[in-house]
Design a protein around this ligand. Structure first.
Ligand code: PEP
Ligand code: MN
Length: 349
């Protein structure tokens, strides 16, 4: 198993003392297990003390009482807990009950005022804080939230990719938009990024495939919902795994190598590099012609954009793409992007 893979697992909500102790006992039994066993030691047990529900009137967490259960379970089983914070008051209560690991939920991470305030409250503290992506697919807002917390001092910050709320994210509850995770890793290479397959999935059946996609993108671990009896859960009942489900989930994960020793792969990559070089040369050549055409249009007093012409270009490209088995959506996006750049260059003239 890849040493970097950190796992946070536990129920969506802390529901009762019995539930918290049952979960702690289960995960404590994995401590000291060899890293490649079909069970894994986890970094901390997740459990929400305060639950941010979309509509009022649902179970909203037991608050400080839940922290007391977690504190006792931590003491008895020597395994840390992590919980969601959404205010500086939550931080004070957590620290009072010796809960040292926090995550910030998707509804809070989109609020720069709140992130700034939490950052200030944690200034200089060595706590671990994980920041979930905001509800909407806005990478800058997510990264900004992380910056507001990490720049305040020693606080160790990581990101949690939990998917994005979209009009249509079927079959999942939240759209993963994996490019966002890839962009995150590009922009913040030193910051760990873990995946929350439970909130992306919304249903147990999808948790495994989402987790594998995250591993294949070299994400650094998971936050996953596990409940002793998911069917009776007070929140997110459909997406939580039971204990057996957790063990099966872990055993089925395929950890890939992140270095590549196969010469065939190396050779193929060299070919792809050459094609990328060609693509850039061809694009540069196309844009040179675009500029020349722009000048001719200007001299002849012809408008920059002619819809008929553009529709024909797109039609021709899509038909060629079809012949070569390329995805039409992909080609459409690519051509729109090239065309937007061409328009920009010609408008600048
Ligand atoms: C949760 O982790 O239970 C939760 C409410 O998550 P999110 O903020 O991703 O919706
Ligand atoms: Mn949940």
């Amino acid at each position: 198993m890849d040493k970097k893979c950190e796992i946070f697992a536990g129920p969506c909500s802390a529901e009762s003392e019995e539930q918290i102790f049952a979960v702690a006992e289960f995960f404590a039994s994995k401590k000291g297990a060899p890293a490649d066993a079909a069970c894994t030691p986890i970094a901390a047990i997740r459990a929400g003390a305060w639950k941010p529900r979309t509509r009022p009137g649902c179970f909203e967490g037991h608050g400080e009482k839940a922290l007391e259960w977690m504190q006792q379970a931590q003491k008895q089983y020597h395994i840390p807990f992590i919980t969601e914070i959404a205010s500086t008051h939550h931080i004070d209560l957590c620290l009072k009950h010796d809960i040292q690991h926090f995550w910030i939920g998707a509804r809070s991470s989109s609020n720069p005022f709140l992130m700034e305030e939490i950052g200030r409250a944690l200034e200089g503290s060595p706590n671990r804080v994980w920041v979930k992506n905001p509800i909407s697919p806005d990478l800058a807002l997510w990264l900004g939230g992380i910056e507001r917390i990490s720049r305040k001092g020693k606080t160790l910050v990581g990101g949690i990719h939990r998917g994005f709320s979209m009009y249509d994210s079927a079959p999942y509850r939240n759209a993963p938009i994996w490019e966002m995770a890839v962009q995150f890793k590009r922009e913040m290479p030193g910051v760990p990024l873990i995946c929350d397959p439970s909130h992306i999935a919304g249903a147990r059946a999808y948790v495994q495939e989402i987790s594998q996609s995250a591993l294949d993108l070299e994400m650094d671990g998971f936050m996953i919902e596990v409940h002793p009896t998911p069917a009776t859960a007070l929140s997110d009942a459909k997406q939580q795994l039971d204990f057996k489900g957790f063990d099966e989930w872990f055993a089925a994960l395929k950890f890939r190598q992140n270095t590549c020793s196969s010469s065939q792969i190396e050779q193929m990559r060299r070919l792809l590099d050459e094609i990328d070089n060609d693509l850039i040369q061809i694009l540069a050549h196309r844009m040179d012609l675009v500029k020349k055409l722009g000048k001719l249009k200007k001299d002849s007093n012809v408008s920059v954009l002619q819809f008929d012409r553009w529709n024909k270009v797109m039609e021709r490209c899509l038909s060629l793409a079809h012949e070569r088995g390329l995805d039409p959506d992909f080609v459409k996006k690519l051509m729109h992007c090239i065309h937007a750049e061409a328009l920009r260059l010609q408008k600048e003239m």
